[in-house]
Write a protein that binds this ligand. Structure first.
Ligand SMILES: Nc1ncnc2c1ncn2[C@@H]1O[C@H](COP(=O)(O)OP(=O)(O)OP(=O)(O)O)[C@@H](O)[C@H]1O
Length: 251
């Protein structure tokens, strides 16, 4: 993925690591020796300690772990929102540490989708305007961005509510818009932090069914941080963050 390819205002460029019919699914996310140490006064707190993680295109991985084990720290490093103290994150073969801030911003916009527990939608914008935002940031014309956003809102069952602002939507509907916003750029890697965390069981189940469908249809790699046992059990692998490293959960 060269930077030249990254800044094209198109969603058609395939990621470098996209699988082909003749090959095994390729590695979309590759972390090696990932370490994050926070310095607090004279004290060093090692949260991630030489962690390794590989996720293939089209694979869904749940990350579980006790409070304070470093799940958010890990997601922030995977998404290029924070830099590791040591080790490397590669997405589609591109090492994030080689990218300067502006290039990293463009890379994030093009290849990574984020969904947070609290949707972070802009209150004064409608659902379709919120979902179109990453494409506007990328330089697409508003009309074209909103056309694409409408198509994604339809996929998440929100087309009838497209002109409503977040304050007029239910929690589950807002989360659907947040997922649409993350999907609108056709990302190679989707990072989700407790995507069903503030939803009731029925709404969480419908979001989960929708995520299943989306994952089946795409070559996107999913990393989902959750305390929700049923959400974790739905994924291809469950990894537990413990002592700064990831351990496969069997069962
Ligand atoms: N900026 C920071 N400076 C110092 N320590 C930090 C910083 N951010 C996080 N920590 C510490 O790092 C550890 C891991 O935090 P993190 O938020 O990644 O955990 P988590 O697994 O996401 O927790 P939770 O499930 O409660 O959200 C905690 O002990 C936290 O206090």
């Amino acid at each position: 993925m060269s930077e030249g390819a990254m800044i094209q205002p198109t969603t058609a460029t395939p990621p470098a690591a996209a699988p082909t019919a003749s090959s095994q699914p390729s590695i979309m996310l590759d972390c090696q020796g990932l370490t994050r140490i926070y310095h607090e006064g004279p004290q060093d707190i090692t949260v991630l300690d030489g962690l390794d993680l590989q996720v293939h295109a089209g694979e869904r991985v749940a990350i579980v772990g006790s409070s304070g084990s470093g799940k958010t720290t890990l997601l922030n490093l995977l998404g290029g929102l924070d830099r590791p103290s040591a080790g490397r994150v590669m997405i589609g073969g591109e090492p994030l540490d080689k990218l300067k801030e502006a290039a990293l911003g463009r890379f994030r916009n093009r290849y990574i989708g984020f969904v947070y527990q609290f949707h972070h939608l802009l209150a004064e914008f409608t659902a379709v305007e919120n979902a179109a935002l990453p494409l506007i940031v990328r330089g697409l014309r508003k009309k074209d961005a909103e056309k694409r956003a409408m198509a994604i809102l339809e996929r998440v069952g929100m087309q009838a509510r497209a002109e409503h602002k977040p304050g007029e939507l239910s929690g589950g509907e807002r989360q659907r818009v947040a997922i649409a916003r993350a999907l609108v750029t056709d990302p190679s890697l989707m990072l989700m932090d407790e995507p069903t965390g503030n939803l009731d069981q029925t709404t969480a189940s419908s979001i989960l069914a929708m995520m299943d469908e989306l994952a089946r249809e795409s070559a996107c790699a999913f990393v989902i941080v959750t305390h929700d046992v049923s959400l974790a059990a739905h994924q291809d692998r469950v990894l537990k963050l413990d002592g700064g490293k990831l351990v496969e959960e069997v069962g």
